[in-house]
Write a protein that binds this ligand. Structure first.
Ligand SMILES: [Zn+2]
Length: 53
């Protein structure tokens, strides 16, 4: 069991805070979106491997 470092609520099973407006959730969402963007970047990068020669 883990507690939110921002508001002290008991975290959900998926690591999110039960308080929708908690900064923790905003950070988790931002990280998830950054990861998604990275994955898409990797996919497009495969098509142009030597662009900087
Ligand atoms: Zn919280």
């Amino acid at each position: 069991m883990e507690f939110c470092e921002y508001c002290g609520n008991l975290l959900n099973d998926d690591g999110r805070c039960p308080w929708d407006e908690c900064p923790r959730n905003a950070i988790i969402d931002a990280i998830a979106e950054a990861k998604k963007a990275d994955e898409q970047k990797d996919k497009t990068a495969e098509n142009k491997t030597n662009n900087n020669g």
